[in-house]
Design a protein around this ligand. Structure first.
Ligand code: FUB
Length: 455
């Protein structure tokens, strides 16, 4: 990650650490991903986890320079596991650029990821569809050509209770098409949803776009009511929504969900219910070096009003509360992170991802770790092409109580893995766990996974 992000992480974490001393449930530190810039969140709940599909803004970007999509997942809304990039522009042989805002849905054991991407032949934006048997991919091009192509972007997908699936997309217009049950073809023609001011609010000062609808629709159904939450007005955007009695309308404008905030001139909404709560994902420019083209995904928990309307949600740095706790006595991926300073991730030769580019003083925070009656030892899977270093195990702060120190040797390669174990003392109850890395100069070692023993 950019060194600016490393430096800024130190400042932000110092502030956030101050906040987390206060009692109460651990909360997500926003933005929830710090290793890279992320944008256009699309959450999906599957088998007790939230899978989060995002775009990836390149460091130092001065446009929507996006080459790949990324996947993350969490069981608790605060510790997010990095699954890397299972789909990119190059997945679509017919595409040339612009891995922009998409959404993934599951049907009959397959995961379909609808994305806007530039069609090389026409130069127009088109909608492609990736498919996988796993929510974390890898995804392949399902049909080898655009599913639809009309120069417009930002697909959202929704399956109604009767099994009929719909794809919606568009900027400057708003379109829908009925998907067939195979999810990779459709019946009828793409149809425009009338953009009326009654349906989508009134925009002033732009004669060619009289309604607030800009882009990024997110369509879902709750208690028989259909919602379309979208990026409104440009620029800067805010998030607004409309509701309808049916999937194709008529839509009624309902107002603001999230006001313009956060240092990015775009915003992009994704909403899910998980474990009895409702969650609003969005992006902003809050990380160091962040802005309109270097965005970061964040999340807030919210409660629908009794009449089904959505309350106004504002951006916070504290984010959503943790759902439950994290079990340290089962193998945990090193790339499961609530907050970090200085590290990056990469594909591990043993599968999955590993944490790397670790230097002296870097750290990772894992929130709400339930040690119970006490851990007796700690094991980590590590590799080092240099002379290694130390993993300090600390509680509730990067300089908090030291409960163990594991020495990592040189292993002869950054992907030459070995397992190290060290004693642990004083880790009882539930705490935020900090891995603080120490050693000499330069990169020290990589970590693939870790596990505490005892308890
Ligand atoms: O990320 C590229 C574009 O910016 C998305 O497609 C829009 O929704 C806006 O967030």
């Amino acid at each position: 990650m950019a060194s600016a992000l490393r430096r800024a992480g130190l400042v932000i974490v110092a502030l956030l650490c101050t906040a987390t001393v206060i009692t109460g449930p651990a909360r997500a530190d926003n933005p929830i991903i710090q290793t890279i810039y992320t944008a256009d969140p699309a959450p999906l709940v599957h088998n007790g986890r939230v899978y989060l599909y995002t775009g990836h803004d390149e460091d130092g970007s001065t446009y929507f320079t996006m080459k790949e999509w990324r996947v993350w997942s969490s069981a608790d809304m605060v510790n997010w596991t990095d699954h890397g990039s299972p789909m990119s522009v190059s997945t679509f042989a017919w595409a040339s650029a612009d891995a922009w805002a998409g959404q993934t849905i599951e049907r009959n054991g397959k995961f379909y990821w609808y994305v806007p991407v530039k069609d090389r032949a026409s130069g127009q934006m088109a909608i492609g569809v990736g498919v996988s048997t796993s929510p974390t991919g890898p995804f392949t091009d399902a049909i080898g050509r655009p599913l639809v192509r009309n120069g417009e972007i930002d697909p959202t997908v929704f399956i109604d209770d009767n099994g009929q699936a719909y794809l919606y997309w568009g900027n400057p217009n708003l379109w829908y098409v009925r998907l067939n049950a195979d999810m990779i073809s459709y019946s009828g023609s793409p149809t425009q949803i009338p953009l009326t001011t009654a349906g989508f609010g009134t925009r002033t000062g732009n004669a060619s776009r009289p309604t607030l609808y800009e882009e990024g629709p997110w369509v879902f159904k709750r208690n028989g009511l259909y919602y379309n939450v979208f990026a409104a007005r440009c620029c800067s955007e805010f998030i607004a929504y409309s509701t309808a009695p049916g999937p194709t309308g008529p839509w009624t404008y309902r107002g603001t969900v999230m006001p313009t905030q956060g240092g990015s001139f775009t915003n992009h909404a994704g909403i899910v219910d998980f474990n009895g709560g409702s969650y609003f994902f969005y992006h902003n420019g809050a990380l160091p070096g962040g802005g309109g083209y270097t965005r970061s995904v964040a999340v807030e928990k919210f409660t629908y009003n009794a009449d089904g309307t959505i309350p106004t949600i504002t951006m916070t740095t504290s984010g959503a509360p943790q759902v439950g706790t994290l079990n340290p006595y089962v193998r945990q991926e090193a790339e499961t992170i609530a907050w970090e300073s200085g590290v990056e991730t990469e594909r591990a030769s043993e599968g999955g991802m590993n944490v790397g580019w670790i230097e002296n003083g870097d750290y990772i925070k894992v929130k709400g770790v339930a040690f119970g009656s006490g851990a007796t030892s700690f094991t980590a899977r590590v590799a080092s092409a240099s002379s290694g270093g130390r993993i300090e195990l600390r509680l509730d702060g990067a300089n908090g109580q030291l409960v163990g120190t594991c020495t990592v040797p040189g292993t002869g390669g950054w992907q030459t893995w070995t397992t190290v174990t060290c004693p642990v003392s004083g880790a009882t109850g539930t705490h935020d766990l900090y891995f603080r890395y120490a050693g000499g100069s330069g990169y020290l070692f990589n970590v693939n996974w870790w596990q505490f023993n005892g308890g």
